[in-house]
Design a protein around this ligand. Structure first.
Ligand code: ZN
Length: 171
């Protein structure tokens, strides 16, 4: 199992414990259950979020100006840093910039720091668990190339269309 698969496995284990029957995954509740504080702040637009430790407790900062679905991805991404990269967090603040965490193609993906790739893999799996995505796709005979259909699924999971398309590319 490589490091990205390990990140996905970690997210899968968390989701399985929730025993969810249907989306959306309650990501903020999950973060709090894992001991993280979630704080909303109107950061500059290019800053999505950050993770750090304050008084021994992990804190997830989210840009309150961003779309709620994007905030959910940010929380999931930062939660990955809390769960997977805690030893780094104890020493530094991880700040996430960029309009979109999701690599557009394999070339840009290679340019992204390994920790960020792990956090994205975790977030994608956490917010769009394979079992729930497959269940939903099997309920309909519609084509996943159909944007309207994809948008309706994205809204059920409360994720962006780009995040869903990225996820489907990995199923
Ligand atoms: Zn990050």
């Amino acid at each position: 199992m490589n490091d990205l698969e390990e990140a996905r496995e970690s997210a899968r284990a968390l989701v399985n414990k929730l025993g969810l029957k249907a989306p959306p995954v309650p990501v903020e509740k999950l973060a709090k259950a894992l001991g993280a504080r979630v704080e909303y702040t109107p950061f500059d637009d290019e800053l999505s979020g950050m993770a750090f430790v304050r008084d021994g407790k992990p804190v997830i900062g989210v840009n309150s100006n961003h779309h709620p679905n994007r905030q959910r991805f940010t929380i999931a991404h930062e939660l990955a840093h809390v769960v997977l990269h805690r030893s780094k967090l104890d020493a530094t603040v991880l700040i996430d910039k960029g309009r979109n965490f999701l690599p557009r193609d394999s070339v840009s993906a290679e340019g992204i720091d390994r920790l960020e790739m792990q956090a994205n893999a975790f977030a994608s799996e956490l917010l769009m668990p394979e079992r729930l995505v497959r269940n939903m796709l099997s309920e309909s005979s519609r084509d996943i190339q159909d944007d309207d259909y994809l948008i309706s699924i994205a809204s059920r999971f409360r994720v962006s269309l780009a995040a869903l398309q990225f996820r489907l590319g990995r199923l």
